[in-house]
Design a protein around this ligand. Structure first.
Ligand code: NAP
Length: 272
């Protein structure tokens, strides 16, 4: 029997996840009664566990590394955002399976536009990385009308593939890191996982335009290398991805519970 108050984030590793704390805060703030936990699931057990969770009556899940792409393939239906990203981070229970959504792009836009007051329209924007996170944010960024949206990655073929796949939505310029030499961007987003090993992508110098903003989708220690590099390169503002994490969670909460929680106090609490 379905327990419409039972949720979890599935990943490997997942012990570090802030999602249980965020959703508990949202539940308290909106007077909702729900349970939300973090469950470690290995990739080779993922499909089987997802069926079992449905049989056990779970109401919804967040997916994190490494399950976002596999989750998309296992859903019986997907939102437009999930189709464009080729990845899902939110599962919503249906009578017979799971509906997949991707709230990463909406969460990023909310953090940039509303929380940080960063403009995208008419600006030159560069996304570093071509994994699941980059795929999730490109279409929403494009929809904001940047003057240019470029994507650059260590593996040079992935930006070409992504730009071709998203061509019907608009122009994304595929680049390699080294070919960026001489170009200037108003906003550079780090969507790589390099920071988890204390690294940054190998980039040419002087990529920031006057007043340029650096945004790292990572947060905590993993955001330090890129944001330190960006300050040294003259970025006027730098921000980590903690706001995106809270905002994508709020989007997921809204899809599950029909109410969008206030995020400012939760974000301040995590920073505190
Ligand atoms: N704040 C949030 O809410 C939020 C949401 C989603 C993701 N994230 C973060 O975003 C990051 C990316 O996530 P993902 O799901 O896209 O991961 P992913 O699918 O594993 O992709 C990783 C990307 O990082 C690149 N990369 C890894 N190590 C690198 C290095 N040393 N130098 C240069 N590039 C490197 C990879 O390049 P290759 O293709 O060449 O291997 C690939 O483009 C993660 O750290 C994740 O925690 C944050």
């Amino acid at each position: 029997m379905a327990d419409l108050d039972r949720y979890a984030v599935l990943g490997q590793p997942v012990g570090h996840s802030k999602s249980p704390r965020i959703h508990a805060a949202f539940a308290a703030a909106t007077q909702q009664t729900l349970r939300y936990e973090a469950i470690e699931v290995a990739p080779d057990a993922f499909a089987e566990r997802l069926s079992a969770f449905h049989a056990e009556g779970w109401a919804g899940f967040n997916l994190t590394v490494p399950h976002k792409q596999a989750g998309a393939a296992l859903c019986e239906s997907r939102s437009e955002a999930a189709e464009q990203a080729g990845a899902v981070n939110t599962l919503i229970r249906t009578a017979t399976g799971w509906h997949g959504d991707n709230t990463d792009g909406a969460g990023l836009l909310r953090d940039l536009l509303v929380n940080l007051g960063v403009t995208i329209k008419g600006k030159r924007v560069l996304v570093l990385g071509a994994g699941g996170a980059a795929r999730g944010i490109l279409a929403p960024l494009l929809a904001e009308g940047p003057a240019e949206l470029a994507i650059s990655n260590r593996n040079p073929w992935k930006p070409e593939e992504i730009a071709a796949a998203l061509k019907p939505l608009g122009n994304i310029v595929p680049r390699t890191h080294l070919s960026l030499k001489g170009d200037r961007y108003d906003l550079i987003l780090n969507a790589t996982s390099a920071g988890h090993s204390g690294a940054i992508p190998r980039l040419p110098p002087k990529l920031f335009a006057d007043g340029g903003v650096a945004y790292d989708l990572n947060y905590g220690q993993a955001a330090v290398p890129f944001l330190v590099w960006a300050k040294g390169e003259g970025a006027a503002r730098v921000a980590d991805g903690l706001g995106m994490l809270v905002e994508q969670a709020a989007e997921a909460f809204q899809r599950w519970r029909g109410v969008r929680p206030e995020t400012a106090a939760v974000l301040a609490g995590l920073r505190g």
